[in-house]
Design a protein around this ligand. Sequence first.
Ligand code: FE2
Length: 283
Amino acid sequence: MSSSTTVSRKPVRVASGELASDGAGVRLRRLMGTPHSPSIDPFLMLDYFDSPNASDYLAGFPEHPHRGFETVTYMLAGRMRHRDNHGHEGVIEPGGVQWMTAGRGIVHSEMPEQTEGLMRGFQLWVNLPARLKMSAPAYQEYGPERMPVEAREGATVKVIAGRTARGTAGPIATAATEAFYFDIALAPGTSFVESIDPAHAAFVVIYEGALRIGEHAQAIRAVALAALGDGDAVVLTAADAPARALLIGGRPLREPVAWYGPFVTNTEREIVQAMDDFQAGRF
Ligand code: FE2
């Protein structure tokens, strides 16, 4: 076989997620991390919130802990104030991202910085390898002006993490999982073609319009998450309306996962330790 042979990834599973309530009562759509929307190693969970009604988001996410993984908050609209027990505080602006490495532990709150208007965005949980689960907490935070947007024929790609095949690199460092995170906008009928490391797991989240993935005949309509099968490229084609989608992937960790609420470790014993540490104020 020629080394130039391209295998286009196909959607192997499509999920529209489940409506859920989390934090102090924020209404959201859980697209990954439920019994019906399984995790895609190294990713654990994905929530999508999208509401013009303050009653759906005002309660926010008051103080809660995390250990053993990363949370990635990407705001499309609205502002979120973040504050943790180590004195870190800031506001994620529309179009901005916060990539938080919880590591050995933080206690934080995530509260809307608005009492009306549209609040829209995603929170993704990315697992950490065993060797980094107890690392020091760290933040990577960038406003939209810091994230490059690559222009293509009929498409734009905002690069939050990783590097496109044309060399546009996002500001977020993701050495632990080699995660990439692209926000793609497509004009009706146009295609976006991108190479993907065959060793990486990848998925697409269609959040506006409808997309065909590869030669798959059926357009997948927003809102949906499509897990991608094996291959070294992906072809996304917008149907008859403008489409927007996230393309996310990374290297699977292939480690045992023990998961209890906001703690993700490798063993049950480490979960008990996490609960002990949290209750004793050691986060
Ligand atoms: Fe959190």
